[in-house]
Design a protein around this ligand. Sequence first.
Ligand SMILES: Nc1ncnc2c1ncn2[C@@H]1O[C@H](COP(=O)(O)OP(=O)(O)OP(=O)(O)O)[C@@H](O)[C@H]1O
Ligand SMILES: [Mg+2]
Length: 462
Amino acid sequence: MSGARVLVVDDDRAVRNALMVNLSKAGYEVTLVASAEEALDVLRRSPFDLLITDVKMPGKSGVELLQVTRVHWPDTRVVVMTGFGSVRDAVAAMQAGAVDYLIKPVERDELLLVFSRALQTRAMQRELQQLRREVDEKYGFHDIIGAAPAMREVYAQVQAVADSSALVLVQGETGTGKDLIAHAIHYRSRRSHGPIVVVNCGALPENLLESELFGHERGSFTGAVRQHQGKFEQADGGTLFLDEIGEIPATTQVKLLRVLEGGTFTRVGGEHPVSVDVRVVAATNRDLREEVKRGAFRADLYYRLNVFAIRLPPLRDRRDDIPVLAGHFVKKFAARHGRPCTHLAAGALASLLSYSWPGNVRELEHVMERAVILGNTPEIAAVQMPDGGIELPEDARPRLDDVGPGGLPDALDSYERALITEALQEAGGVQARAARRLGISRSNLNYRINRLAITLQEIRFS
Ligand SMILES: Nc1ncnc2c1ncn2[C@@H]1O[C@H](COP(=O)(O)OP(=O)(O)OP(=O)(O)O)[C@@H](O)[C@H]1O
Ligand SMILES: [Mg+2]
């Protein structure tokens, strides 16, 4: 360990000199002092990697020196030397945080071994701290799980934009984590000490949405008995999260665009411009570009919002994250519901991986919560998949037109029949294999075959 700086503390000059010789030869940079007081003086002036001290000295003892060092220079590792037969001193020193102790007379090999070990653990601890910091900075997004490339891209974008006051549009299917990302942007920005105010733009009728966003003056409409502060004002100094921005009606779009461009607005029924310092994050699960084409969303507002757009990938496009997410939810819900579950059996994981998750992470979360609530063993053997885990391709989706006089039950039966027939065909008529393909038990399949009166003649084997 060449170059590491060592401070040697001993009132016995012979011991000091012996250590000096051995340590310098091994490449350490050595400083010698004769008392704890002197040692503290030296430490105050420059940092040391290691400190080796005698315990019994006139003035402050080595253990006292150790204690002060631990507090003020936690990065300096301390090794103590005790006389033969003073095991108690060694124990006290170890309890006070020494990394090791040596019995006098100190053997050269033992000394070097203890030192190199101390430096090694120190390097490892530092590395660990550094890694923790990096992971925290990069991925420590308030419980946001996932390391798929598309998610890393999202984290990088959040990181890049958070600190500015730029408008951000978060897009993604339902349940992909838009809410989480919007909050992460706020909490990683300089505005994190200010408020984050959430408005669900789809939840209010047009007239109420305007007054919700911009506030209103007294008497501006029936029922407006008091002046009311809108969400823009409430979010002053912080972030306004406009959720489901795609739902916002045309007139409100105009007004919103004006605020985004000028930073000022008037309350409903008011005349005076109000100006606020607000960072807007908007989210939508609609394809806004399509909405613009359809004429349902203003193009100018869209372009304004789209300057910094973050697109969250659907879960089916990042299947690698399914196991980590599932594991995360198992732990979370096991703790919440007091269940012994710790992990998923391979079979259960396989069903999670083979599903298309139209409801994305939210749907997975619900499936896992249910599995944990029902679980009474550490291993979750099976999970109940939504709709038996069969997700239909887009073009095979049933149409309302398909519902005939037999109503929904008949329509569902014919659907089930079609799937079972196909599975049996694919399985060459082997029921166990078809059952596996359908994610149900053999007896369940048998029951359904009987119920639907499916005959093997129906099945064309290829
Ligand atoms: N990457 C993730 N890591 C951990 N949990 C996640 C992740 N993404 C989503 N979730 C969880 O899934 C659920 C849905 O996420 P969120 O509410 O952010 O979705 P959303 O995109 O806003 O959906 P919607 O469009 O329906 O509003 C939440 O409980 C959230 O905590
Ligand atoms: Mg949401």
